[in-house]
Design a protein around this ligand. Structure first.
Ligand code: UD1
Ligand code: CA
Length: 484
């Protein structure tokens, strides 16, 4: 046997020899996912805000370099490729999907040069790199031709079962798919996770012996266990401590269960770091979100994508925050929607505020009820507290934007900028027709329609003068009385 001499590990990654790589990872991701009843390929369905396949690639990337990861694509291959190619992995095409064994046959040329190969399933996304490494270490210490990662979930229905030579022996005789289980095999709880390590030479010398002599008329990779055994090769199994980690996503219900597991883990991780999350099961928090200690998240909050939240913030119920950065001590009142925006320390937002992409709310600034901002910078301590639209606008520091103020930034064809200086007071219900500049210290009378730039320190009023006719209403009512 041409065996590994017990490779060295450092920092959780397997060190590779300077001359060529010893270990490749193949991720099977060509299947259609018929049981999902979806037009989207299975491996692009998301849990925790990320495609299944991206989770698996991320785990594999902790073991080998991206260039040693081969993703087998087939069903909607281009769509899958485009979705994950930024990770730097390589691709192998399986034009017709004739089973998991056939998927590996398609990767034959790619893996020939490697001594060993780890096979992962694109639809088993919760697998942790530590567990993959355990499989790899066990594979080497057992000097095996094939090592199978197994688990013992509560309900093994639907999975292939692992037949050990004896209950405590590592040696495996065969993997039997659910549909082929004999009556006395139904009780076996140890399942095949769909994650394996192979010595490449042993795999490749028997891979073409697979037959589609089964109910699915497919080439099963699982049949390699009995094939290699029969050839006198060593086939062993190692059981994962946590079955939840190796569960697959074949149906929407299974997908949602994995999503819940992942989000519960994310919430637990954040809480362990000092973040308070009330009713975590009602919150949707992506694995990519970062939150500093002493921040409080109320029920029914969604924190998505690359969102970062500072310390001592309060995120009240029903807010949805996507790809935003919030400083320390931010108060986000109920029902706010924030997308691709930044909020400075101590700012108060909402309730019911909408920060659209490119909003930059300064330190201690206030954005209140039913205020919408887009590509707008609100300076330190400035306030827009009620019913306002600010688009393509720069607002200086200590400026007050009155209730109902609107920047008219769009002429039907182009967008135009509005500049408002420091210490400005914009009276309620004013409209500012862009492009326009309102300089420092200006006062704008309520109800003005401002169409010309206003110099610093000036008062601008642009509204029709009030007419008051004394006694007019009383006289009118008296007249109406006489007509009755
Ligand atoms: C497979 C195993 C089963 C195991 C389970 C664990 C086989 C025959 N069965 O069953 O023993 O318990 O995984 O989750 O392997 N794929 C391809 N090309 C194909 C077919 C599938 O790339 O031609 C990919 C799929 O995209 C998927 C993975 O291989 O990511 C597994 O395929 P799937 O059809 O889901 O296998 P299971 O029925 O779950
Ligand atoms: Ca599966």
């Amino acid at each position: 046997m041409n065996q590994e001499s017990g490779g060295t590990e450092s920092g959780g990654a397997v060190e590779r020899e300077a001359t060529g790589s010893r270990l490749a990872v193949v991720i099977m991701a060509a299947g259609k996912g018929t049981r999902l009843k979806s037009r989207r390929p299975k491996v692009l369905h998301e849990i925790g805000g990320m495609p299944l396949l991206s989770h698996v690639i991320a785990a594999a990337g902790k073991i080998v370099a991206p260039a040693d990861i081969y993703v087998v694509i087939g069903h909607q291959a281009e769509r899958v490729r485009v979705a994950v190619e930024a990770s730097g992995v390589r691709f192998v095409e399986q034009v017709e999907q004739r089973g998991t064994g056939h998927a590996i046959q398609c990767a034959q040329a790619a893996i020939e040069g490697y001594e060993n190969v780890l096979v992962l399933s694109g639809d088993v996304p919760l697998i942790r790199p530590e567990t993959i490494e355990q499989v790899w270490n066990f594979h080497r210490s057992e000097q095996a031709a094939m090592t199978i990662l197994t688990a013992a979930p509560e309900d093994p229905t639907g999975y292939g079962r692992v037949l050990r030579r004896s209950p405590d022996a590592p040696e495996v005789e065969a993997i039997v798919e659910q549909k082929a289980l004999a009556p006395d095999q139904q009780a076996i709880r140890e399942i095949n996770s769909g994650i394996y390590a192979f010595r490449t030479a042993a795999l490749l010398s028997h891979l073409n012996k697979l037959t589609s002599n089964n109910t699915q008329r497919e080439l099963y990779l699982t049949d390699m266990a009995s094939l290699l055994r029969t050839a006198g090769e060593r086939v062993v199994a190692i059981q994962a401590a946590e079955a939840a980690e190796v569960l697959g996503a074949n149906t929407i219900a299974e997908l949602i269960a994995l999503d819940a597991t992942l989000r519960r883990a994310t919430a637990s991780r954040l809480m362990a770091c000092g973040v308070t999350i009330f009713q975590p099961d009602t919150c949707v928090i992506d694995a990519t979100v970062e939150i500093e200690p002493d921040t409080v998240i109320e029920p029914f909050v969604q924190l998505l994508g690359r969102t970062k939240i500072g310390a001592d913030c309060q995120i009240r119920s029903y807010s949805v925050i996507e790809n935003c950065t919030l400083g320390d001590g931010v108060l986000l009142r109920q029902g706010c929607i924030l997308t691709e925006s930044r909020v400075g320390d101590g700012a108060k937002i909402g309730p019911y505020a909408h920060l659209r992409p490119g909003s930059d709310i300064g330190q201690d600034a206030h954005v209140g009820n039913f205020v919408e901002t887009k590509k707008t910078r609100l300076g330190k301590g400035s306030k827009a507290n009620h019913l306002t639209y600010l688009g393509d606008t720069e607002v200086g520091e200590g400026t007050n934007i009155g209730a109902g103020v609107i920047t008219c930034n769009y002429d039907g064809v182009h967008k135009h900028p509005t500049h408002i200086g420091n210490g400005v007071f914009v009276g309620s219900d004013s409209t500012l027709v862009a492009p326009i500049t309102v300089n420092d210290g200006v006062y704008i009378g309520a109800g003005s329609c401002i169409t010309k730039d206003v110099p610093a320190g000036a008062l601008a009023v642009a509204r029709t003068r009030q007419i008051t006719k004394e006694g007019w209403a009383t006289a009118r009512r008296a007249l109406q009385e006489t007509k009755k």
